[in-house]
Design a protein around this ligand. Structure first.
Ligand code: NAP
Ligand code: MG
Length: 500
């Protein structure tokens, strides 16, 4: 076996080292196992390009085994017969185990994704635990209704809500643990059985979570984790006739292939896709707060957020002030390896992602855009770092304005009137979120109506919240995750009509 050098680094804790060298396998029923093909893929630390571990590359045959395990678990007395209250207890137990292992989760997330350790520890991990606690509360609140039929006669009719069945959960690399929990928690609350396919770049926390879910006492086969490539494991899951639903988060491009693959058995599909969300600042706003928020919205997690405020529109009268403020924020931001406590922004997840982001900025520069801050790979000798970047003089036709860059790159332009602004802000194939900064209530509510996005935030950066439905207009997705709506994605309704 090749040297797993990344795990030997002195900055890696003994617990993480133990986990990384623990023979990570596919988790199918109660077994951890290699892929049938024997294939493995490298898990790389994006901060120093070292190898952390190798994980199996599951393919169609492995997915097949996992679907079989999930199908038999769905019919098992242990799971199908489990009362809501017992499911709630199990979900709370999973939350406890996430909290008990918070330091290890945060470290693995930092090593694997590159994000600052402290962001993972205080952000991702508690939010992951909380999603299990929240959906635990729904386990005992899954109700139907009684309805009087239209037809003359004596009937008793009611609806009930049942789990959709075997669900495939395909997630990206930007918030690996949190994305897994945002799908697993409602799916389990609803009584589904799951096959989780983490991103090839970031499989580690999904594998730790899978082990803890088993330790919590989950019946075998209810949660299966199949690591592997999207084109193999992911595509097999999306196309599998035994899968009743696929919940996907990732790029719009892959979202479309999921839909096509799902057509075979018309499985249910929910899609959480890309965005090109605008931050909009009016001159009457608390401009300092708006600047902080605009910068935070694009530089947090190195811009690798579907709801990132990647377009900035500031009123012409304050445009220079806003750009100046955002650039100061960008230059102040401490970029470095995530394990260093002072780091505020880590590397991008992979060389591919760093090159993709750099490509967008080069193309913009060649087309006449001005890079007012950043625009380079930083001076670190290794790691996939890219500096926080602010781009002005952009045209609405440029890829940097139209496409999801998924990096710390802000494209900014001034606007003259709110009419122009609405047309410009809505000129996108995406419609995930929009952020408005103004003290004018009437303007804020009018824009909230006019902007075509699933979530509108006014005078706050809060865009996604566990209790609130989240999802996209237009090509940003299908369906709403989180909140009660997030539970509905994993339930289906049955109508029972009885003649009396
Ligand atoms: P992606 O390809 O859409 O990946 C998301 C997930 O889908 C991963 O688990 C991926 O597996 C899997 N996948 C890939 N191809 C598949 C297929 N044919 N069938 C089923 N599953 C498949 O995203 P990416 O390539 O990692 O990133 C590319 C761009 O997508 C980013 O630059 C960004 O613009 C966007 N993105 C958006 C979000 C979001 O939350 N909106 C998240 C991530 C990325 P692999 O890991 O093996 O590819
Ligand atoms: Mg990695």
């Amino acid at each position: 076996m090749a040297m797993i050098n990344g795990a030997q680094s002195r900055s890696v804790s003994a617990a993480a080292r133990r986990f990384l060298s623990s023979n990570l396998g596919l988790q199918i029923a109660e077994q951890e196992q290699p892929a049938r093909s024997g294939g493995l893929s490298d898990v790389i630390n994006p901060a120093d390009e070292t190898l952390l571990a190798r994980v199996p590359t599951g393919e169609r045959e492995d997915v097949d085994l996992a679907v079989r395990a999930a199908t038999s678990a769905l019919a098992s007395k242990a799971w199908a017969g489990m009362k809501g209250r017992a499911r709630a207890k199990l979900l709370n137990r999973i939350a406890d185990l996430i909290e008990e292992n918070a330091a290890l989760f945060a470290e693995l997330e930092c090593l694997d994704n590159g994000k600052p350790l402290l962001h993972a520890l205080h952000g991702d991990v508690p939010a992951a635990a909380e999603s299990f606690r929240y959906y635990a509360e729904w386990c005992v609140r899954i109700y139907g209704r009684t309805v009087d039929p239209a037809r003359e006669g004596n009937f008793h009719a009611y609806t009930s809500r049942e789990p959709v069945g075997v669900v495939g959960l395909i997630i990206p690399w930007n918030f690996p643990l949190l994305m897994a929990c945002w799908k697993l928690a409602p799916a389990l609350a609803a009584g589904c059985t799951c096959i989780l396919k983490p991103a090839e770049e970031t499989p580690l926390t999904a594998l730790l979570l899978g082990r803890l879910i088993r330790d919590a006492g989950m019946p075998p086969g209810v949660v299966n984790v199949v690591t592997g490539y999207g084109f193999a494991a992911g595509a097999a899951l999306a196309a599998h006739p035994g899968v009743d639903k696929v919940a996907f988060t990732g790029s719009t491009e892959v979202g479309k292939t999921i839909l096509a693959a799902a057509a075979g058995n018309l499985k249910k599909v929910s899609l959480e896709l890309g965005g090109k969300s605008p931050t909009i600042i009016f001159p009457d706003a608390d401009v300092d707060a708006a600047i902080e928020a605009a910068a935070g919205s694009i530089f947090y997690n190195a811009g690798q957020i579907c709801a990132a405020g990647s377009r900035l529109y500031a009123h012409a009268s304050i445009f220079d002030q806003v750009i100046d403020g955002v650039c100061k924020y960008a230059r102040r931001l401490r970029v470095g390896p995530g394990h260093q406590p002072e780091t505020e922004m880590g590397p991008l997840v992979s060389a591919r992602q760093r090159d993709r982001v750099a490509g967008y900025v080069s193309v913009a520069r060649e087309s006449g855009a001005v890079i007012v801050s950043g625009g380079d790979r930083t001076d670190s000798s290794c790691g996939y770092f890219y500096s926080p970047t602010v781009v002005t003089n952009v045209e609405s036709t440029m890829p940097i304005v139209r496409e999801e860059v998924f990096g710390p790159v802000l494209a900014a332009a001034p606007f003259a009137s709110s009419e122009d602004l609405v047309a410009t802000a809505n000129d996108s194939i995406y419609g995930l979120t929009a952020k408005i900064w103004t003290r004018d209530l009437s303007l804020a509510h009018t824009l909230a109506r006019q902007l075509k996005a699933g979530t509108i935030s006014v005078n706050t950066n809060l865009g996604a919240d566990l209790h609130l439905p989240f999802g996209g207009y237009k090509q940003s997705g299908w369906g709403r995750e989180l909140g009660e709506e997030g539970l509905d994605l994993y339930l289906q309704m049955k109508t029972v009509i009885m003649g009396l």
